[in-house]
Design a protein around this ligand. Sequence first.
Ligand code: ADP
Ligand code: MG
Length: 384
Amino acid sequence: MSPADIDVRALFRASFDREPDGVFSAPGRVNLIGEHTDYSGGLVLPFAIDARAVIAAAGTDDGLVSMVSAQRPGAVVTVPLAGLAPGAVDGWAAYVAGSVWAAREAGVAVSGLALALDSTVPSGAGLSSSAALECAVVLAVAGLAGQSLEPLEVARIAQRAENAFVGVPCGPMDQTASAASEAGSVLLFDTRAGTIDHIPFDPGAAGLSVLVVDTRVSHSLADGEYGRRRASCERAVDILGVEQLRDLRLDDLAGTLAALPDDELRRRVRHVVTENARVVQVVELLRASRIDEIGDLLTASHVSLRDDYDVSCAELDVAVEVALAAGALGARMTGGGFGGSIIALVPTASAAGVGDAVIAAFAERGWTAPVVRPVSPAAGARRD
Ligand code: ADP
Ligand code: MG
């Protein structure tokens, strides 16, 4: 049992005066590459990280969802199962209640549920604490009902909770990464085909580390920018007469861009098309055990997100630039942008120096100190 496991059992006992029936967990994620492509049928390449949402849960027959979080000290929050509907619950309880609602909608029997949550995934850092929480709840609800769900089904239910119940219009990447990742690999997820593939990813064996630098600038996907990017993609699809931006080919890019009416739309489309191509190139290099050659593609992804897709911010840009200057092979913002985290692929020998350089650069500018963490590809959601 991990320490989080023991703590969450203790929290459950203290809150509900009984033993849990089971413990379930799901990880946060970083995206190696393939950003802002999961809502236009594109390719993404995330991996689960060794930070998890852990849930101790028990079935009840009181018709209630009762929940407590170690990260929200205070009273147990209780919502009636009968009234569960989009809009009925807000705050953090919506992520839990929404996951229970979506699982029921998918046919999982629930007569009541008590759960205690403890998560080591930092919230709002772009590491998908929300997907970790949702996937852990879906797994718990199904597990307590004696039902086993395929990882992709867990992901679909969890995404529905976030889209329809919480009201965040995210694509399918985060929940799929949390539900379906495997230790030691990145997850190639073709969002158009709905298929996944596990590609071995072992930076340590190549003398490399992946650092995540949390800029501490809180992003909010619920704000308008994310929706505007999605709307731009839909507009481009209409104008170009294709089904999804994924249908566009890199070797026709010049002609495609010429058919678009304005510079902004051309830049948005150029990002999506070139980003899908970069994912393919990274996968080819990883399959050929050439991990030390993916750095330039990661950095090119950042430049595209910054200049073409306009979703970066000063803190993300400085973190990337300083990491590269301090010896990173490649670096890019990861997640939706406007804050959150970057990832940097660094020689392990210079990892400490890269982290220190970014911390110093933030201090020089009077910015909140960033948090630097090494991450390695961890297992997806599971019953513990
Ligand atoms: P991200 O997924 O990038 O961390 P989001 O804004 O999508 O950021 O999700 C963060 C939200 O998820 C929090 O505001 C909170 O409502 C919920 N959440 C995540 N982890 C926890 C937790 N341990 N306890 C309570 N709520 C949590
Ligand atoms: Mg989230």
